[in-house]
Ligand binder design. Structure first.
Ligand code: HAM
Length: 427
């Protein structure tokens, strides 16, 4: 295998011919987030490793097994971000964003890196669209954040996505729950897998997420967090459900959702597709009321979600949904020699400054090859500039869809004429 021409396992190239899909999804996601008052935030691709150990949690799979961690030249431990939330919290604390008007509502697009076993829908480098909201402790905000994710999915036209929600309570009620889990699983210590045995003491809720056959079979009878919620957490969850009902957002309560990252409190949720195989979670998130303090800020409620863009695009492809096709090239100007090519170049410059997508020959191709290229790039119009056209100050615009030719003057009114012709076609 030639390592120079093979991408690393678990990575993907997003090729020019497919990129319109990404543009469609990114635009709809950003527009929807902005309609909810979110502003974009961009944080570094790598952070100090300690941020994820503290934020995501040192007993999680992500931190224990999946991080791309290395020492920089000064010996500092650096990690490529495995998820977007911790970086946003760090940036908000460092830049004093929590001193401004609250709630602070942010959205982001980020690449994430996790050393997982690659399979369909599971990559080592993948892209997330995420939303993080701070300073909004009320259940209204949980419903709002879920509604935002739901809106993005609907606006993309994606169907057959189910929403599952759960509450994993606050640290106080979870303490009792942990005791109940330790007692329940303690009875099966000789059957548990090694990972679960280790987690039983440190992070017993993670046992509910174990995919091994034996541990998996034990979870249906395991105690459920919903039975251990304190009054406040119970009322919060009830209010989230009432609000989702009011918004007519369908959901099921799945008491087994515990999430793979440690920062969650109260509401957790996942949007799931059953059309793309075992990696069906297209979007997931929840509340994390302790995270800001954990990372070094003053206590502040937070919540959010992240949508896996590769997965949502897989579902869209599978459902054969229309992505907004990017507009084609408006005009290709064919030329014959140095003089006509320079004219084509100056005309292209002028038209581009007025917003047209214009191309001309930069590859030194024959006239025939230029016309072939104009076809390939889907040019709406093509115009040939030869010495006659230069001398007369006029040319013919060829409509590529039907070959119809229209005489045009190459004067100051040309851009307006071209604009009208393009508008006519798009009507
Ligand atoms: P997460 O569940 O780890 O949560 O990831 C969110 C989404 O990213 C998943 O539902 C999935 O669509 C996508 N995803 C995760 N891992 C992979 C992978 N290896 N390959 C492809 N797609 C993947 C978080 O990352 C949290 N930060 C979400 C959040 C934001 N919670 C609160 N705010």
């Amino acid at each position: 295998m030639d390592i120079l021409t093979k991408r690393p396992r678990g990575t993907e190239d997003k090729l020019p011919k497919e990129i319109y899909k990404w543009h469609t999804v990114e635009k709809i996601a950003a527009d929807t987030a902005e309609a909810y008052g979110c502003k974009e935030i961009r944080t570094p691709t790598f952070e100090h490793t300690e941020l994820f150990q503290r934020g995501v949690g040192s007993t999680t799979d992500v931190v224990q097994k999946e991080m791309y961690t290395f020492d920089d030249k000064k010996g500092r431990s650096i990690t490529l971000k495995p998820e977007g939330t911790a970086g946003v919290v760090r940036a908000a604390i460092e830049n004093g964003l929590f001193n401004d008007a609250l709630p602070l509502k942010t959205y982001y697009f980020t690449r994430c890196f996790r050393y997982e076993a690659p399979q369909s829908g599971r990559l080592r480098e993948f892209n997330q669209f995420g939303v993080e909201v701070f300073g909004a402790p009320s259940a209204a905000s949980d419903a709002e954040v879920i509604a935002l994710a739901n809106d993005v999915i609907n606006r993309l036209g994606v169907k057959n996505i189910s929403l599952e929600i759960n509450s994993i309570g606050c640290p106080t009620c979870r303490e009792e729950y942990h005791k109940a889990l330790i007692e329940y699983y303690g009875k099966y210590k000789d059957k548990l897998c090694d990972t679960c045995l280790e987690r039983l003491e440190k992070n017993p809720m993670r046992l509910l997420d174990c995919k091994s056959e034996i541990c998996g079979s034990l979870k249906s009878d395991a105690p459920k967090m919903l039975d251990y919620l304190c009054d406040e957490c119970k009322e919060h969850f009830e209010s989230v459900k009432r609000r989702l009902d009011a918004l007519e957002i369908a959901y099921t309560v799945n008491p087994l959702i515990v999430r793979g990252l440690d920062y969650y409190t109260n509401t957790v949720f996942e949007f799931i597709s059953n059309e793309i195989g075992s990696q069906g979670a297209v979007c997931a998130g929840g509340r994390y009321n302790g995270l800001v303090e954990e990372i070094g800020g003053s206590p502040l409620a937070g919540l959010g979600f992240a949508m896996g863009l590769e997965r949502i695009i897989m579902v869209m492809d599978n459902q054969k949904l229309d992505f907004a096709q990017e507009k084609g090239c408006d005009l290709y100007i064919a030329s014959f020699d140095e003089e006509t090519n320079i004219y084509a170049m100056t005309l292209a410059k002028k038209l581009r400054s007025q917003g047209f997508w214009v191309e001309f020959d930069t590859a030194g191709r024959s006239f025939k090859a230029q016309m072939k290229y104009a076809n390939k790039i889907n040019a709406t119009y093509c115009m040939v500039i030869g010495s006659d056209e230069l001398a007369n100050g006029s040319a013919k615009l060829k409509r590529m869809s039907d070959g119809e030719e229209l005489p045009v003057k190459l004067d100051d009114g040309f851009a307006n004429r071209l604009n009208t012709l393009i508008m006519d076609i798009s009507l």
